[in-house]
Ligand binder design. Structure first.
Ligand SMILES: [Zn+2]
Length: 183
């Protein structure tokens, strides 16, 4: 995995309008999410459409609940392992919302958000874990304030409000694979 000008060269770029400048150049936290559109449904391009502001609201009743929603993440890892990048890592993507990490609020300011195509209670694919570990390693190598202890789920920074990446996410397996790559 390589990062050039804050874009992952192995990811397909799909630029989102939903980002802005970080208040400082600090990138010190990785936040892991899940998303499926409609819920529990995989494949298709609805996630890309949501993150670029062109979700066809008439295509599914659930989509209507997302009218006017402006959200993004830096990266999506699809079930197939394909990587899609929406926002440059040095910019502020809109993924965390109201959040708090170790006493600091506004986690979007200093974090990178990665979405796994998935759901809280359905196992993620091995291809996704493989890619996530490789991407995490590349990010830790590239952004000096990131490290293996500054990785969390959305649920950890927005408890009571968010549950992703959910019980299905294998934190110990992910951390072990990452550790093996870092050492
Ligand atoms: Zn989330």
């Amino acid at each position: 995995m390589q990062i050039e000008n804050h874009w992952l060269t192995q990811a397909r770029p799909c630029p989102s309008p939903f980002f802005n400048e970080r208040p400082s150049d600090e990138v010190s936290l990785l936040v892991i999410h899940n998303i499926a559109l409609p819920p529990l449904t995989y494949g298709g391009n609805a996630i890309e459409q949501l993150f670029t502001g062109c979700l066809p609201l008439d295509n599914h009743p659930y989509f209507k609940t997302l009218e006017g929603v402006e959200v993004s993440a830096h990266l999506l890892i699809q079930r197939t392992g394909e990587l899609v990048q929406f926002v440059a890592f040095d910019k502020r993507a809109w993924h965390a919302g109201v959040s708090n990490f170790a006493g600091r609020t506004q986690c979007n300011d200093f974090s990178i958000g990665i979405e796994l195509e998935g759901s809280d209670n359905q196992p993620y694919t091995q291809l996704q874990y493989k890619q996530l570990v490789l991407v995490t390693k590349a990010l830790i190598d590239h952004y000096p304030l990131l490290n293996k202890d500054r990785i969390c789920g959305h649920d950890a920074i927005a408890p009571g409000r968010k549950t992703d990446p959910g019980r299905a996410f294998n934190w110990s397996g992910y951390k072990q694979s990452l550790q093996a790559l870092l050492s």
